[in-house]
Structures are given as structure tokens and as C-alpha cells.
Ligand binder design. Structure first.
Ligand code: NAI
Ligand SMILES: Cc1ncc(C=O)c(C(=O)O)c1O
Length: 304
């Protein structure tokens, strides 16, 4: 398998392109926005430099080319990865267009954060080839990929995707039920909901919350997963604490005003220069470098 198409070159697309090219694939990438197409090559280069530092196996012959239409990207591709915004109708439009052009044998993957694959593939021309391939941000550094079968996905499509994830140096985990959010984001969003609530209620400020979670929980969880942590702490302790604490935890079904008010004001985070925190362009470049350097160092140690 040599040719891949990546549709959408926003936060996720460039790092995915770099990872595929590093594994020897010829990647044709497309984004509707000329601005995103113009910035993509520099983003791909930055991700490629990080992959070099990580020492991820280099298979010669890979490349990334930005093309001017979805049809050009998809024609002849063995694998298509969709990375457009998280809206079901948009993703269905894109998959309809992809199915029109893709060859019968191509694997068609969505990087959706949690829209059930069953909803994306319903009524498509080739649903058995459509599969969830959920990367984690930044996709060239975080090595885990969730592989999700929708109701109509063929088992051999899932097997193919597992093997492919390993081929590009990532770790596949198979999600056995096509539940919204799959697994990673169900866990992340339960943590995020509690964190936002604690900051909104003034229990802690944003910076201390970040320190508490990164050093108290995140650092530990990178080495000891939650199920193993239960055994390490003792199930009796979880039972005792959970019996009074679980009922206290945030269970709101909507998104907190702390977030919705910032979104309404255009404060989306690093991509708009401010969100919870404020950023300058120089600060963003420095943060990206620092985070990549630290994530690479931690990954190296964890892989030993
Ligand atoms: N940002 C994150 O941390 C992660 C996001 N995801 C998922 O990956 C997908 C993409 O997310 P991001 O890269 O963050 O979004 P983004 O908003 O940064 O990028 C999306 C890109 O799609 C392009 N686009 C929109 N309509 C298009 C069309 N019709 N044809 C071609 N390109 C089009 C946009 O111009 C934009 O560059 C979403 O489903 C998201 O939930 C998955 C893992 C992590
Ligand atoms: C906030 C948030 N939402 C979704 C995802 C992935 O789908 C991520 C991530 O990968 O980091 C995230 O941070």
C-alpha cells in the first residue's frame, strides 16, 4: 500500500500527513481553505522534525503533496483519512464525495472525535470499508489510535486498520462498541467537565488546576493506567471514597458557561490568540517547541 489521501489540514491533518510520509506513503492532501493549504507545508515540516527526534522508523520514499481538489487527492488512494470539522452532516457530505471517487478496495477512515461511525457510514456506497481511525493530538507524537467499527464495517477493515496503525509506529486499540466519544474522549471529557466546573466555581484557579492534574494525575496515569491504579490504590479505598464522592461530581449535561461564553466571544484558544489563557505568536511558537520536546522525552522514557 503506497498512496494515502488526507482531507482537512487544520490542527490534525499536517501531523497525520507527516506520520504517513515518514512510514513511506505518498500522501495527497486537500483542504477547502487556501490559507490552510498555504500553511500546511511548514506544519508538515515541523512534525517531520519531531518524528526525526523521536527516532520513529523511517521508510524511504514517502512524500506529502497538497492538491487542489478532493477528487485529485482520493483518486487511486489505498487509504483516505477524513479530518474535517466535527459536524455529522459535513462528514457525511465528504464521505459521499470520497465514495464517488475512491476505488472499491480503498479503506475510508474518519478521525472523528466521537461521532458514531454507524451514523457516518449509513447509506454510503461502500459502508464496509468505512472505519473510525481516531488519532490523539498532536497526532505525530501521541502514539495511540482508536480503531472503531460501525455497524456495517467489515471485520477485515478493522484488522487492516490495526495492522496499518502498527506499520506507522502507532498503538491501535479496538473500541468494541460504537458509543459516542468512543473511549478516549469519554474519559477526557469526564475529566474536562469536572476541571471546568472546579475552576468556574472558584475552587481553584486555572493555572493551579493545570499543575494539579498534570503533576498529580497525568504524570502518574502515563505510567499506571486507571484500571491498574485501582489495584495500586486498593479497591477498598476506591469503594470508600467513591461512596461519598461520586455523588458530588459534576454531572451537567450541557457545556458550562465558562466555555460557551468564551466561544461566543471568539476566544477559542491558541488558534485565536486567547482562550482560557492569552497567547502571543512568539509565545505559541515557544510553547509548541517546549511541549514537543517534553512529549518526545517522556515518550522515549516510557518506550524503554
Ligand atoms: N483538535 C483535536 O485535538 C482533535 C480533533 N480530532 C477530530 O479531527 C477532525 C478535525 O479536527 P481539527 O483538525 O481539530 O479541525 P480544524 O478545524 O482545525 O481543521 C479542519 C479543517 O477542515 C477543513 N475543511 C472544512 N470543510 C472542508 C471541506 N469540505 N473539504 C476539505 N476541507 C475542509 C478546514 O478548512 C480546516 O482546515 C474533527 O472531527 C475533530 O473532532 C481528532 C483528534 C484530536
Ligand atoms: C479537547 C479535546 N477534544 C478532542 C480531542 C480528540 O479527539 C482532544 C485531543 O486529542 O487532545 C482534545 O484535547
Amino acid at each position: 500500500m503506497t498512496k494515502a489521501a488526507v482531507i482537512g489540514l487544520g490542527t490534525m491533518g499536517p501531523g497525520i500527513c507527516a506520520t504517513l510520509a515518514r512510514a513511506g506513503l505518498t500522501v495527497a492532501a486537500f483542504d477547502l481553505s487556501a490559507e490552510q493549504c498555504a500553511r500546511a507545508p511548514a506544519m508538515v515540516d515541523m512534525a517531520t522534525q519531531v518524528l526525526e527526534k523521536l527516532g520513529v522508523n523511517l521508510v524511504p520514499g514517502g512524500s506529502v503533496g497538497i492538491v487542489e481538489s478532493l477528487d485529485r487527492a482520493v483518486a487511486g488512494a489505498d487509504l483516505v483519512i477524513e479530518n474535517v470539522p466535527e459536524k455529522l452532516e459535513l462528514k457525511r457530505e465528504i464521505f459521499t464525495a470520497i465514495c464517488r471517487v475512491a476505488g472499491d478496495g480503498a479503506i475510508l477512515a474518519s478521525d472523528t472525535s466521537g461521532i458514531p461511525i454507524t451514523d457516518i457510514q449509513a447509506g454510503m456506497a461502500n459502508p464496509g470499508r468505512i472505519v473510525g481511525m481516531h488519532w490523539s493530538n498532536p497526532p505525530h507524537i501521541i502514539p495511540m489510535i482508536e480503531v472503531i467499527a460501525g455497524r456495517e464495517t467489515k471485520p477485515d477493515t478493522v484488522d487492516w486498520m490495526k495492522a496499518f496503525a502498527r506499520r506507522i509506529g502507532h498503538l491501535p486499540v479496538v473500541i468494541r462498541k460504537d458509543v459516542p466519544g468512543f473511549v478516549e474522549n469519554r474519559v477526557l471529557y469526564s475529566v474536562m467537565r469536572e476541571c471546568v466546573d472546579l475552576v468556574e466555581r472558584g475552587v481553584i484557579d486555572a493555572q493551579d488546576l493545570d499543575t494539579c492534574v498534570s503533576w498529580g494525575i497525568g504524570y502518574k496515569l502515563a505510567v499506571v493506567g486507571p484500571m491498574s491504579l485501582l489495584d495500586m490504590a486498593g479497591l477498598d479505598i476506591y469503594n470508600a471514597v467513591g461512596s461519598y464522592l461520586n455523588r458530588e461530581l459534576c454531572d451537567r449535561a450541557d457545556v458550562a458557561p465558562y466555555v460557551t461564553e468564551r466561544v461566543a466571544a471568539g476566544r477559542l484558544g491558541m488558534k485565536t490568540g486567547g482562550g482560557i489563557y492569552d497567547y502571543t505568536p512568539e509565545g505559541i511558537a515557544a510553547l509548541r517547541d517546549e511541549r514537543a520536546r517534553k512529549l518526545v522525552a517522556v515518550r522515549r522514557i516510557l518506550q524503554e
